[in-house]
Unconditional design. Structure first.
Length: 154
């Protein structure tokens, strides 16, 4: 978790919001003070609920945010350089690709937030929305770089 927020901040993304759920107390204990924590009590409903909570919190920020980068915490191969590449590409709907396969992180321009939130259910998050709206794929490296590692050491 801490590595991920450091990667995001090092890429120049600011502010950094972290949606927490099941292990909120433990996660909050290790997060840097500069992180904005978004508590999502309905975390058991899946990734879609967490995405909706994060988008809602971003919309309520006192600063004008024009886009969000959605980054999962279990992507150890994604670097700050990769994120800088993604946010440096023109577009309102961008999706990282690794070895030709779509993955995370994604960039959602503000004009998409309401529709993404409406489409995000269960564990699908924005997957279908990105596909249906032909998100621009941004190659960020090999498939290994985008590997989702839910359990350390695997």
């Amino acid at each position: 978790m801490v590595r991920t927020v450091d990667v995001v901040r090092d890429a120049g993304v600011d502010p950094v919001l972290v949606v927490v759920g099941a292990a909120a107390i433990e996660v909050c204990a290790v997060l840097p003070a500069w992180v904005t924590v978004v508590r999502h009590e309905g975390w058991a409903s899946g990734m879609g609920g967490s995405l909706r909570a994060g988008l809602s919190a971003a919309a309520d920020l006192p600063v004008s945010v024009t886009a969000v980068v959605v980054m999962l915490v279990d992507l150890p191969g994604v670097t700050s350089s990769m994120l800088r590449t993604l946010v440096g590409v023109p577009g309102e709907l961008l999706q990282a690709s690794f070895g030709g396969a779509p993955g995370h992180p994604v960039l959602l321009g503000r004009a998409h937030w309401d529709r993404v939130a409406a489409a995000a259910h269960g564990d699908s998050g924005a997957r279908e929305y990105l596909r249906e709206h032909q998100a621009r794929r941004v190659p960020l490296g090999s498939a290994a770089a985008g590997a989702d590692v839910d359990i350390p050491g695997r």
